[in-house]
Design a protein around this ligand. Structure first.
Ligand SMILES: [Fe+2]
Length: 195
């Protein structure tokens, strides 16, 4: 049980999106819109809670640095996938954390695997790809795809690319609370259902 007045992890995450979610990172939607669209599209596709939760949080790391917006266009890679994974590892089970950490590697992998995917990347995503190491080599792709979390990361990545639609309506953050709670570490779960 969290103490009186303490703020649980889900509330802290939602607060980050409320306070910083207006940020853009070169796309045509804000961070909050992007996260909600990604989770909503995954949910509508019938994905399991793990995929939906990873979709919602995959870019959480963009809210964890103060390097400014649209940094890729300035040649800066904030390593947001690592920042997000590091922050979320305090609260969430490793499967979810790895889905977040690997979503950039999944982009590099898909660009190696599927030229049509690479051709459809948004301009911002194509710019950041160059900073992130470009598409995988055959060896990198083999190593990545053999990993235990590759399938999750690839799913997240494909929904990521669909979640950049200006004006698309989504449910609020609160509607994803239970999906996130399901993937909390036992030590973080107590009290997390409280709004
Ligand atoms: Fe994203």
């Amino acid at each position: 049980m969290i103490g009186a007045g303490a703020v649980g992890p889900i509330e802290r995450i939602f607060e980050q999106y409320r306070v910083h979610g207006h940020r853009c990172y070169g796309e045509t939607v804000s961070e909050r819109e992007h996260a909600l669209q990604c989770a909503t599209i995954a949910e509508a596709a019938g994905e399991e809670d793990l995929v939906i939760a990873a979709c919602l949080l995959h870019d959480y790391g963009h809210l964890c640095h103060e390097k400014g917006e649209g940094i890729a266009s300035r040649g800066v890679d904030a390593r947001h996938e690592e920042l997000g994974a590091a922050a979320l590892a305090a609260w969430f089970r490793p499967e979810l954390v790895e889905g977040v950490r690997l979503h950039v590697e999944a982009k590099r992998y898909l660009c190696f695997l599927d030229p049509r995917y690479a051709a459809r990347l948004s301009p911002a995503s194509a710019t950041s790809l160059r900073l992130q190491g470009g598409r995988h080599s055959a060896e990198e792709a083999r190593a990545f795809s053999a990993g235990p979390h590759a399938a999750l990361a690839v799913k997240v990545r494909r929904y990521d690319e669909l979640a950049k639609q200006p004006g698309r309506k989504t449910p609020p953050l609160e509607s994803f609370r239970e999906v996130l709670v399901a993937w909390l570490l036992p030590s973080a779960a107590d009290g997390a259902r409280q709004a």
